[in-house]
Design a protein around this ligand. Sequence first.
Ligand code: PEP
Ligand code: MN
Length: 266
Amino acid sequence: LVSRKKKSEDTIVTINGEQIGTGTPSFVFGPCAVESYTQVAEVAAAIQSKGLKLIRGGAYKPRTSPYDFQGLGLEGLKILKQISQEFGLAVVSEIVTPSHLEEALDYVDVVQVGARNMQNFELLKAVGQINKPILLKRGIAATLDEFIHAAEYIISQGNDQIILCERGIRTYERATRNTLDISAVPILKQETHLPVFVDVTHSTGRRDILLPAAKAAIAIGADGVMAEVHPDPAVALSDAAQQMNLKQFDEFYDSIQKFMKNHEVH
Ligand code: PEP
Ligand code: MN
């Protein structure tokens, strides 16, 4: 059902008045994890000032170590909801288990399925039964065929509001945290009718190359870019090495806007 052979027109996912999948890139910024109301509010104000409509933030964090910050859970979702109402932003947040899903629906606008859960088939089936957009991330070692099949799990349950997100894959290269598979974008767009985003933060894991990675994503036809922003990355409870601070965020976004203007991406 996600195949172009089944439906030739692009699927447009509308979130908070923003149409995703029309060719104009969308942007999802926000902290890796929700840490406090003020932390998220500072980022939300910056996002809102740019006229953007979406914010991200993890309340349930899938961490490699069980001893690392696991997220604020429901408390984090409540903060996101409050931010959403105060700043007029739609919330994208990861849900890691079907048992949290129903409760989360009151707080989030877009349910993110993270890389580690791309083949959590029960979660995929569960999000396929809800009436909210899903941002599905590519698994850390998933082929594009497996990624497409994961989306098929969701759509087969009735939910066709799916955004695919390339976020880098595990390779032998250690210069970046993961290897951004930029060719995934045009391939996914050819093979499916779904919008495709690129997460430049988790793919590169490097603040110094977020901008060229985002430019590459837009140049190759991505429908959106995700990147993490934190008021003070040095003290962030997760992903301290790659989140942008607010000044870096301003510069990043300005450069992207110029790039889009120069290349007539509208
Ligand atoms: C995230 O976006 O917060 C995240 C954990 O990303 P990924 O699932 O791609 O690692
Ligand atoms: Mn992160």
